[in-house]
Design a protein. Structure first.
Length: 187
């Protein structure tokens, strides 16, 4: 399929032809995934970047105006998604992981009574989380599942898992801050 044929197919997509959309998807998905993978070096987000571009292509088909070739448009869209992911999502993931580590490695209690007290506080804070947050947190931290495995298990997107973990960690930090301060200041 030449670039002129691509634009003809895209015009059909703009006219709500899902078959033409599938043709474009089949032609470019693997290329775009590999292109994203060159940036991210991670399978799941690379797949998400390619999928999000195709989803956007279908949802916004009537508003999209392609001034170059369809291939150039798609590659540029994936590149921009990858760069935004690198700029915003990767640092946020690292921040979440660091906050979790800081939360879980507060100054160690000195006595068994302190240990029991800390466990009760942590358990109570986890119990106070909204249901979905609590389930995801427990599957991640106690079950040792990856975000991808949690998403598959709960039949939700990885993005939802990430967002719910972010909420869980924020709420746990807030709930456990007094306990952390206590152990930090009484050492």
């Amino acid at each position: 399929m030449s670039s002129d044929q691509d634009l003809e197919f895209f015009q059909l997509v703009k006219d709500d032809d899902f078959g033409a959309y599938e043709t474009i998807f089949k032609k470019y998905y693997q290329e775009l995934y590999r292109f994203a993978y060159n940036y991210l070096r991670d399978q799941v987000p690379s797949e998400e970047m390619a999928q999000e571009v195709f989803l956007y292509l279908w949802e916004k088909r009537e508003q999209i105006e392609i001034k170059t070739t369809l291939k150039t448009y798609l590659y540029s869209a994936v590149k921009n998604k990858c760069l935004n992911y690198i700029k915003y999502e990767i640092p946020r993931k690292h921040e979440l992981e660091e906050s979790h580590m800081a939360l879980m490695t507060t100054s160690q209690p000195e006595t068994e009574e302190d240990t029991d007290k800390m466990k009760r506080h942590i358990s109570a804070a986890i119990d106070e989380l909204p249901n979905k947050c609590r389930q995801i947190f427990i599957l991640s931290r106690n079950g040792g599942l990856t975000y991808k495995e949690i998403a598959e298990e709960m039949e939700i997107s990885i993005k939802t898992v990430e967002n719910q973990m972010s909420i869980a960690l924020k709420k746990l930090r807030e709930s456990l801050k007094p306990l952390y301060e206590y152990y930090k200041n009484n050492r």
